[in-house]
Design a protein. Structure first.
Ligand code: PMP
Length: 405
């Protein structure tokens, strides 16, 4: 069965507004996704009916907030096939999840150890490891990409060694849309006894994740990229690795006992979740996942694949347009440059036509340098986009070119 995209669009209030007097064509989904009414309702309901702090109050609302908050954790655990709910740590987003892990790794690395990342990293999965290596005296190794934007897996295997202590790589590149063979690469890294982290910021938006099947130690993602609120994210960590993970933020909720001079730490997940959490965010993220789960993952994939295929076809027919990143396995993203036009100008002129894309370096400056481009224009697609919108994008590009000529 195919998706009823019209019925899906009905559920996103923002998709019915106009910008610059034009109907909104929202093609910036890799930056953040829009929110269905189900998520907006969950947030409103939480604040109107249930708002209280969790895990503390001896009162009705606090119990109810705690129940909803922990039910949200269960929803996430099921969605990503975690083996235990305590493996799901709430964070503010992918960035915090990676920092939490990198902070622990930095304490354990020693001179001579190596950390492997790739040339296609978002800064969140690069600066973290670069700084962890600087702090610990370890060496950062960067796996090259091929000209088409796919990962050079031969080089990945060649760079893995007995010294590789940690590997962190993106599930899907935000700048290029490349899907990495994370299961195969994780297995190779685990064979060298390295710990493996997947930056799932873009992975989670395109279908259910099975962390046990991937076989990694950590998987991080952000709620806002999967139709949930901003300010909430998930770090999943395999229980055996996470249970002794170095503590991160310290303060309330994460302790077992406290004296003036010392403290002991609580159990998972609390030990890695200091302070009052983003309760509404967690509940909103669970609502997003429950909303998404009503659709068949294969249907979503087929729809997004069709959007990208049509966009690629139109791009190839556009004189002077170069697609940046055309790996055989990619999804959701069309990054491009146009002869004689700066990406920022294209973005500006499309915006005036109601079409939202992203331009610039996509938080991947070294990747842009590697690809020898100043940045790209990036259209990124989601479940609610239509083939008509893809056509409108290219009509818009045509108009933008005339204006720039
Ligand atoms: N990694 C990738 C691949 C991303 O696309 C993003 C968001 N653009 C991040 C990490 C960081 O996510 P956040 O800003 O939500 O923490």
């Amino acid at each position: 069965m195919s998706l009823n995209v019209a019925q899906i669009r009905e559920q996103f209030p923002i998709l019915h507004r106009q910008v610059h007097g034009k109907p909104l064509v929202y093609l910036d989904n890799a930056a953040t996704t829009q929110k269905p009414q189900a998520v907006i309702n969950a947030l409103t309901d939480y604040y109107t009916q249930c708002n209280a702090n969790v895990h503390r109050g001896a009162h009705y609302l606090s119990d109810e907030a705690t129940r909803r908050y922990e039910a949200a954790r269960k929803t996430v655990a099921e969605y990503i096939n975690a083996s235990r709910q305590e493996e799901v740590i709430w964070t503010s987003g992918t960035t915090e999840g990676i920092n939490l892990v990198a902070n622990g790794v930095a304490q354990r690395l020693k001179t001579g150890d190596e950390v492997l990342v790739t040339e296609m990293e978002h800064h969140a999965n690069l600066v973290t490891w670069q700084q962890a290596c600087k702090r610990s005296g370890a060496t950062l190794k960067v796996v090259p990409i091929n000209e088409d934007g796919s990962l050079n897996t031969e080089q990945f295997h060649a760079l893995l060694s007995e010294n590789t202590a940690f590997v962190s790589m993106p599930h899907i590149s935000n700048a290029l849309g490349t899907i990495n063979p994370i299961k195969e690469l994780t297995a190779a890294a685990k064979a060298k006894d390295a710990l493996v982290m997947i930056d799932g910021a873009q992975g989670v938006a395109h279908g259910a994740i099975d962390v046990q099947d991937i076989g990694c130690d950590f998987y991080a993602f952000s709620g806002h990229k999967v139709f949930g609120p901003t300010g909430i994210g998930v770090l999943w960590g395999c229980y055996e690795v996470l249970k002794d993970w170095p503590i991160w933020l310290v303060g309330g909720e994460m302790i077992a006992t406290v004296s003036y001079q010392d403290a002991t730490w609580g159990e998972l997940p609390n030990r890695l979740e200091a302070g009052t959490p983003n309760i509404a965010g967690a509940i909103g993220l669970a609502a997003a996942i429950n909303w998404l789960r009503q659709y068949d993952a294969a249907d979503i994939l087929a729809h997004e694949t069709a959007l990208l295929a049509r966009a690629t076809q139109l791009a190839e027919q556009t004189d002077g347009l170069t697609i940046v990143g055309h790996a055989a396995k990619k999804i959701g993203v069309l990054s491009f440059i146009l002869d004689g036009a700066h990406p920022a100008d294209i973005g500006f002129l499309l915006d005036k036509q109601g079409i939202a894309i992203r331009t610039g370096d996509h938080c991947a400056q070294p990747l842009m340098k590697r690809l020898n481009v100043p940045g790209t224009a990036r259209a990124s697609f989601s479940i609610y986009n239509t083939l008509d919108e893809v056509e409108m994008l290219f009509e818009g590009i045509k108009k933008a070119r005339l204006m720039l000529a």
